[in-house]
Design a binder for this molecule. Structure first.
Ligand code: MG
Length: 346
């Protein structure tokens, strides 16, 4: 028996009957020899962690554009916080922690530079629109690994594709919105648990709002500081999900309502605040200018690090290139293409 096979046996005996055991995976788009040491979900987690798109998350905006302060979240630290929260819940509910971790680490790989402002610009520019969720799947299926993709399991791909709630109901409009596995559903809720708390924490750090400005009823339900809020939501998610016999992953009614209200409050006071949105207008201009430039000069895509446009057409190739950029890469490239460069001695 290989080490992987003994881990798979342990999964069957230790995990909840509702967990996704790696032995029962629906498999990969292209079949391949299993690893003798790691289960398929461990392999997926490692492929994501070692990918270039994952490393680029460190220079992509979460809320504040290319923040100079060392303590602000980036898309990478957001991803790590989601992963930690989701793993705590998965372990408590005896779900598959490796699958949970793989989905969490991969969920935001398709995010554009400049956060949701970048996403809005691409959505306006592209004929078929743009959404980071679809792009995350495109990254792992097609763009990573020099165009070969990461060949991830069905369950990880499904979790990535169904992780986002947008501004709708926390639990989705219907069953078809939800990830097929409970592990994917844990990540879906862990994402919002992480961002409502850390975006609030960063907005206070930025001096944009004070902690006392948050409506008192929300502070009473969720807590007043980051650790307290995370603890409230995680403990509540575990207890409420256990009460369903781990048939579904959910928050209790009062906590769910407080999370939704806090998210709406953040939209009004942080995400759409004038001082935050001011630089997003400039960021939108940068992306539009780069989009037009590469649409007119598709031959320069590959020299700058993009993919050739033959396969999916110029517009999609340009969108893939732009979506993959970090904030600073986009700004540097804009500077190089559109602003006069200081003369360097020959
Ligand atoms: Mg996220």
């Amino acid at each position: 028996m290989t080490i992987r096979e003994s881990i798979e046996e342990r999964e069957q005996s230790l995990l909840s009957p509702r967990a996704a055991c790696s032995r029962s995976s629906r498999g990969r788009p292209r079949s391949e020899e299993p690893c003798p040491v790691r289960t398929c979900y461990q392999v997926d987690r490692d492929r994501i962690l070692h990918s270039k798109s994952f490393r680029r998350l460190k220079h992509k905006t979460q809320v504040f554009l290319s923040p100079e302060g060392d303590h602000y979240r980036t898309r990478l630290t957001h991803t790590l916080e989601v992963s930690q929260i989701a793993r705590t819940v998965a372990r408590a509910l005896q779900l598959n922690e490796d699958l949970t971790e793989a989905v969490a680490l991969g969920h935001d790989l398709g995010h554009t530079p400049f956060g949701h402002a970048g996403e809005r610009v691409l959505d306006e520019l592209l004929q078929d629109g743009f959404h980071h969720v679809r792009q995350s799947l495109r990254v792992v299926d097609l763009l990573e690994n020099d165009g070969a993709g990461l060949n991830l399991t069905w369950e990880v791909r499904d979790g990535i594709l169904h992780h986002s709630k947008g501004r709708g109901a926390l639990l989705g409009k219907g069953e078809c919105d939800l990830p097929a596995t409970l592990e994917g559903q844990v990540v879906r809720l862990a994402d919002i648990v992480a961002y409502v708390s850390h975006d609030l924490d960063d907005a206070i750090r930025a001096g944009l709002i004070s902690g006392e400005a948050v409506p008192a009823p929300l502070r009473e339900v969720l807590g007043s500081w980051h650790g307290e809020r995370i603890n409230t939501m995680v403990v509540d998610m575990i207890a409420t999900s256990l009460a369903t016999g781990t048939a579904s992953i959910r928050l209790s009614e009062p906590v769910s309502q407080a999370v939704t209200e806090l998210r709406d409050w953040l939209f009004r006071h942080v995400y759409q605040a004038e001082s935050v949105a001011a630089d997003f207008h400039k960021a939108s201009h940068v992306l539009r200018a780069l989009f037009d430039y590469f649409l007119a000069h598709p031959g320069e895509l590959t020299a700058c690090g993009g993919r050739p446009s033959e396969q999916d057409g110029v517009e999609v190739a340009v969108a893939d290139f732009l979506a993959g950029m970090t904030d600073r890469y986009a700004m540097n490239l804009y500077q190089r293409l559109f602003l006069p460069q200081p003369w360097k001695a020959l």
